[in-house]
Design a protein around this ligand. Structure first.
Ligand SMILES: [Fe+2]
Length: 386
């Protein structure tokens, strides 16, 4: 029986067309001048023009910032903070986009509460006061960024990604409108969906898991296993998009309250090295790290088998655990994720393992089974060379 603290956004609005109510929400929150961050491609394709038109019709004063093309580097974030001078010019921030846009918005919202580079705040609980109100409208389902206290930053030169973690990064309001996810292409739907599954399973088996985050984690896995293949096949499948949006939310709530582990800890160096998305990095490692973890927490894997609806009648414990790992591998495969085409050498494996062990202890310490340098190297070798 554990003691635990549970955190989540103060308010979450879920439903189709909720994004059309944004002007009403801004007025209710008494915001006078808002900065809207939007994914570069969404803006270019005009997918969220209806939101901007609606705000103009309602005479809401806003500025759009769309210079977000990839996972933000520390230099890009510092530059944006410097250029936009948030504390003097805005009283609210809105993010419309995927994980990168959301993370950038979180850091801009607290930019008046920090001094110097965001680099100084990498780690946990280093920000000591709240920022301005933050509203998030996620356009992908999976990152969980819409509810977590984390912002991931990247240092291109050093080839790593790390987290800034603070309760002040949790948004004030989450607007979850599955309509915004209809245009997400199959590849991104697949990668972000597996990212969400990774959040859920890592939270469920990790050392900091607790009975309340377990509820969200288990239901998240169940929904992703049931609906991800459908959403990848048909992006306009309303039911699949709705439940995947919820699954992402549940995974994000689970991360907020119990944290991730070995998959994420090993995925950050991999993503930095090969410049691949966070979701893809996790997808590559997920089944292998779960196979590694299984012997530490077999009872938990039996519960995962249940939510994944794996037929286990007359199976031994070992066979159930193996079936879960096989089923996860199958899910990753079914949604079209492949792990070929990486140039790998012994030196690359050394570097990846060194980076994971030296830079990702926050996550690795939460893994249910300790991961040594040799373990990390072997896992990278198994996924990249086999
Ligand atoms: Fe993740």
């Amino acid at each position: 029986m554990k003691d635990f603290v549970f955190q989540m956004p103060r308010k979450i609005e879920v439903g189709f067309s909720k994004s059309r109510n944004l002007s009403k929400i801004i007025k209710q929150m008494k915001l006078n001048k808002v900065l809207i961050l939007v994914d570069y491609n969404l803006k270019k394709l005009g997918i969220v023009d209806y939101i901007f038109n609606n705000l103009k019709e309602e005479n809401i004063s806003f500025t759009v910032f769309d210079n977000i093309k990839n996972e933000p580097t520390i230099t890009e974030i510092d530059q944006a903070i410097n250029d936009l001078n948030i504390a003097s010019n805005y009283d609210g921030i809105i993010a419309i986009g995927g994980g990168s846009t959301i993370d950038m918005a979180k850091l801009l919202a607290i930019s008046g509460s920090i001094e110097g580079s965001v680099r100084n705040y990498i780690g946990t609980n280093l920000i000591d006061k709240p920022g301005i109100p933050l509203i998030i409208l996620p356009t992908t389902s999976g990152t969980g960024a819409e509810v977590t206290p984390n912002a991931i930053v990247k240092d291109k030169k050093k080839e790593w990604k790390k987290g800034i973690v603070s309760p002040y990064l949790i948004p004030d309001l989450l607007i979850l409108d599955p309509e915004l996810t209809f245009s997400v292409p199959p590849k991104i739907t697949a990668e972000t969906g597996i990212d969400a599954f990774t959040h859920a399973i890592e939270c469920f088996i990790c050392k900091k898991s607790n009975p309340m985050s377990d509820l969200f984690a288990l239901d998240s896995m169940k929904l992703i296993n049931k609906y991800l293949r459908r959403a990848v096949r048909n992006g306009g499948d309303k039911e699949a998009r709705y439940y995947l949006a919820l699954a992402s939310l549940y995974g994000g709530i689970a991360i907020t309250n119990s944290g991730t582990g070995g998959v994420h800890g090993l995925a950050y160096p991999l993503g930095g090295k090969y410049n691949i998305s966070h979701g893809l990095s996790n997808s590559i490692l997920l089944a292998e790290v779960m196979e590694f973890n299984a012997k530490a927490v077999p009872e938990k894997f039996i519960k995962v088998a249940d939510v994944m609806e794996i037929e286990t009648t007359n199976f031994t414990k070992e066979k159930i655990v193996k079936s879960v790992v096989d089923e996860i591998r199958k899910l990753v495969n079914d949604v079209g994720i492949t792990i070929e085409g990486f140039e790998v050498s012994e030196k690359v494996l050394d570097n990846l393992a060194t980076l994971a062990i030296s830079e990702q202890q926050r996550l690795l310490k939460n893994n249910p089974r300790p991961i040594s340098y040799e373990d990390a190297r072997q896992i990278y070798k198994n996924v990249l060379l086999n």
